[in-house]
Ligand binder design. Structure first.
Ligand code: ADP
Ligand code: TRP
Length: 319
């Protein structure tokens, strides 16, 4: 990997069972972006961010593993991407503390996530309040040029930019470069089996690594609305894996025959998902691979982040 390439940094929290909505809505774009060979890529499992809401050791271990396997299974190449756990690289929390000392409470109180929690009268942990500064550290440690995230994360990138400027100004230094957000193009919302947005919290998902039997069960359970020309929920999911040019004549030919259309969807989905599922199963049975990837990532991320921390310590006068 050449140092001349601009750096891409992003992260995912290990908090959910992945479904095809996550894949088509976010994960796939991620993989495409890292494949281009344009960037030096650092992608990590944001386990310390997840700790704010997930406080169960077994679950943390399992979901971290599953997330790594999922990203490898869908095509993230560990040779191209430094893939690591946030908690494996102490510089993230160390730098977060330093940012804490130059950031005011009212500034953090303007964060959407904080305001939402407050509006709902939720008790908010210090970790949640501080979430944007840990994320700023995540990004700034690597001199990230671009940070691909969903629209909901845009404000966090602005926090990272502000924090970089504040640090540079306060310590009369040029330690941090300003990152740019890369807002992933809005992908149409993938509907769930009940027609609402597919979401783990609605129990309407098609799991990304579903077995053929599970797929059959999910697809057969798709709620069909007989008011229109075609079963819209079935069609919208079908469109994720086949073009309208191919699908429209099929839906015309089988107009009103929902069972036939669902069977076609099962076939097409199964064909699309099978290679990823096979890779996922292979990784599940080869327990050493995930550890190996994370161990390599840890070394690379530590080396890079320590170099930045040396500059930080000099700038603040602790070294
Ligand atoms: P969930 O709604 O199941 O809790 P998350 O909020 O964890 O999903 O979503 C993670 C990412 O997956 C989001 O950034 C979003 O872009 C994408 N995503 C989730 N559900 C959908 C969906 N139904 N359609 C399109 N994208 C989705
Ligand atoms: N906050 C992000 C999310 O909820 C995850 C995240 C943590 C992240 N640190 C990051 C994303 C650094 C990009 C860069 O999706």
């Amino acid at each position: 990997m050449s140092n001349a390439k601009p750096v891409l940094v992003s992260a995912v929290k290990p908090t959910g069972d992945l479904h095809i909505g996550n894949y088509f809505g976010a994960m796939r774009q991620f993989v495409e972006l890292t494949k281009e060979g344009k960037y030096q890529c650092f992608i990590f499992v944001a386990d310390y961010h997840a700790l704010n809401t997930m406080q169960d050791a077994e679950e943390m271990r399992r979901r971290t593993r599953e997330l790594v396997m999922a990203y490898i299974a869908i095509g993230l190449d560990p040779k191209e991407v430094v893939f690591f756990k946030q908690s494996d690289v102490p510089a993230h929390t160390e730098l977060c503390w330093i940012f804490d000392t130059i950031t005011t409470m009212p500034y953090l109180m303007r964060a959407h996530a904080f305001k939402d929690a407050e509006a709902k009268n939720k008790e908010i942990s210090v970790g949640t309040f501080n979430y944007p500064l840990l994320m700023a550290a995540d990004i700034l440690l690597y001199d990230a040029k671009i940070v691909p995230v969903g629209q909901d994360q845009k404000q966090h990138i602005e926090y990272a930019r502000d924090t970089a400027e504040k640090f540079n100004r306060t310590f009369k230094s040029e330690v941090f470069a300003l990152p740019e957000p890369y807002i992933m193009p809005d992908v149409a919302i993938v509907p769930g089996t009940d027609g609402q947005k597919m979401s783990k919290s609605y129990g309407n998902v098609i799991p990304l690594f579903a077995s053929r039997e599970e797929l059959e069960k999910c697809v057969m359970g798709i709620v069909t609305d007989s008011s229109g020309d075609r079963p819209e929920n079935v069609y919208q999911i079908h469109r994720l894996v086949r073009s309208a040019d191919e699908l429209d004549p099929l839906y015309e030919e089988h107009r009103g025959k929902y069972k036939v259309l669902k069977e076609l969807l099962i076939e097409d989905l199964d064909r699309y998902l099978a290679p990823m599922r096979a890779k996922y199963e292979e990784l599940k049975n080869n327990s050493g691979i995930v550890e190996e990837i994370l161990a390599k990532g840890k070394t690379a991320a530590r080396t890079m982040s320590e170099a930045k921390m040396e500059q930080v310590r000099k700038a603040i006068g602790t070294a």
